[in-house]
Ligand binder design. Structure first.
Ligand code: SAH
Length: 422
């Protein structure tokens, strides 16, 4: 979501005649797009702001946009008095005001809704992988999560607007469409005729576009995984056989205290149905360890569920208490060393499964999408249908095919190596 917001901000400033630079000391405006989901991300923002302040031209404008702006509010100006702007995740379209009036401080952390989508100019050229936001905010009030506070209540965008943006992305270069939302599979829009559209309807529309070859969506909430959506995995070949569906914990007790009121049976049942619909599907998850009150036994249950599902790729985090959340006030916070121990144990296991899956891909051939050259310029980086990074040696001067069959020749935990299939 932040990558998408970053593109829109860059495109908007280009529209105002600005150009990108990699040098802080060259820049006339420096914008930090920020994430507040864990304390570490927020802390990094303020240390980065300190560095930027020292490295930038004296006249350059600088500020923050996104969730840390929303979370810290006017306190950001108190911490860094020469900041020029602080704009929340739904107000960054107001950024050009600072170009018109550079001497005034610009501050807006309102949660208005979808205004930004209408006010921003369309991007002239889409990246090969186009993110299409179909929803803002989230209505699941998970007790650890700051998102409902920073990005507000859940609003699904109009179906026609999502389709229009998808077509525009396809017409300007997108090959892969990734629908975005905090609770993306809960997408629901009812138009003035009373017709309700779901994510499965958006997938069907995107699949009809000839130049769109791959479709995915992130991130999903287990109970929103309705049968119409599961069915898409059986009937729509453009939908990639890969799904991120965070479980967070394998303990029913912990899930209840996280206010994620789904049963583990329901979760494993959905995975079972998905595997029947699409036998080659693979699943990834997010995990939080050390949630308040998590016992050794609770944590062992998380290990058991990981062993049962065999996620091929996961994001795991130590629980981080966040302002405005219920869990931060729970009495039985887990000591840092226990959180670290549990995370190390879970990560060791998840990494091993990931490595095994990558190795099982050797000698298989996948249709892969070009991401670009690597840092050395000697190799090309592709993405498999499971989002694995696959490195291919560049062949002399022939242009690299954008979507092509690649046979996997070697693998480790982090990536694959491959060659163009004959
Ligand atoms: N709706 C998104 C949430 C984005 S945050 C989703 O469900 O994926 C991405 C991940 O960060 C969450 O899935 C969760 O695993 C993790 N996370 C969120 N709040 C956290 C916190 N307070 N401490 C540690 N990890 C957290």
């Amino acid at each position: 979501m932040n990558v998408y917001d970053g593109w829109r901000i860059a495109a908007m400033l280009e529209h105002h005649g600005m150009q990108r630079t990699d040098e802080i000391s060259d820049a006339d405006i420096i914008i930090l797009n920020t994430c507040a989901v864990r304390a570490k991300a927020t802390d990094k923002v303020f240390s980065a702001l300190g560095r930027i302040r020292r490295a930038k031209k004296k006249s350059a404008l600088f500020g923050i946009v996104g969730c840390v702006a929303r979370e810290s509010g006017t306190d950001a100006f108190r911490r860094i008095p020469d900041l020029n702007f602080v704009l929340g995740p739904q107000s960054y379209h107001k950024l050009p005001q600072i170009l018109e009036n550079p001497d005034a401080k610009l501050f807006n952390i309102d949660l208005g809704g979808l205004e930004k989508f209408d006010e921003l100019p369309q991007m002239e050229k889409s990246p090969t992988v186009a993110y299409i936001p179909i929803q803002e905010g989230c209505n699941h009030v998970c007790t650890y999560c700051i998102v409902p506070y920073t990005r507000g209540r859940e609003i699904s965008r109009k179906f026609d607007d999502c389709v229009r943006d998808t077509i525009h992305a396809a017409n300007t270069g997108a090959i892969e469409i990734c629908f975005l939302g905090q609770n993306v599979n809960g997408y629901k829009y009812t138009d003035e005729n009373g017709t309700t559209y779901r994510l499965s309807d958006l997938i069907k529309q995107a699949a009809k576009i000839e130049s769109v070859k791959r479709i995915r969506f992130t991130s999903s909430y287990p109970t929103e995984m309705t049968d119409d959506l599961i069915e898409m995995f059986a009937t729509e070949p453009k939908l990639l056989p890969f799904l991120n569906m965070p479980i967070q914990s394998g303990s029913q007790n912990v899930l209840t205290r996280m206010n994620r009121p789904y049963s583990l049976e329901l979760y494993t049942d959905i995975i079972h149905k998905l595997r029947i619909a699409r036998p080659d599907i693979q699943i990834s998850s997010d995990f939080i360890v050390g949630f308040p009150g998590e016992s050794d036994k609770d944590f062992e249950q998380t290990m058991r569920i990981a062993e049962q599902i065999k996620y091929i790729n996961s994001y795991s985090f130590k629980y981080s208490p966040r302002p405005h959340t219920a869990a931060a006030l729970m009495p039985d916070q887990i000591p840092e060393n226990i959180k670290a121990e549990r995370l190390a144990k879970l990560d060791t296991y998840l990494n091993e499964v990931q490595r095994e899956f990558n190795i099982s891909c050797i000698d298989k051939t996948f249709e892969c999408l070009l991401e670009g050259p690597d840092k050395t310029g000697q190799h090309l980086i592709y993405r498999t249908p499971y989002m694995q990074q696959c490195i291919v040696t560049k062949s002399d001067n022939t242009p690299a095919p954008i979507l092509t069959k690649i046979t996997i020749t070697a693998a480790n935990k982090a990536s694959l190596r491959g060659k163009f299939a004959d």
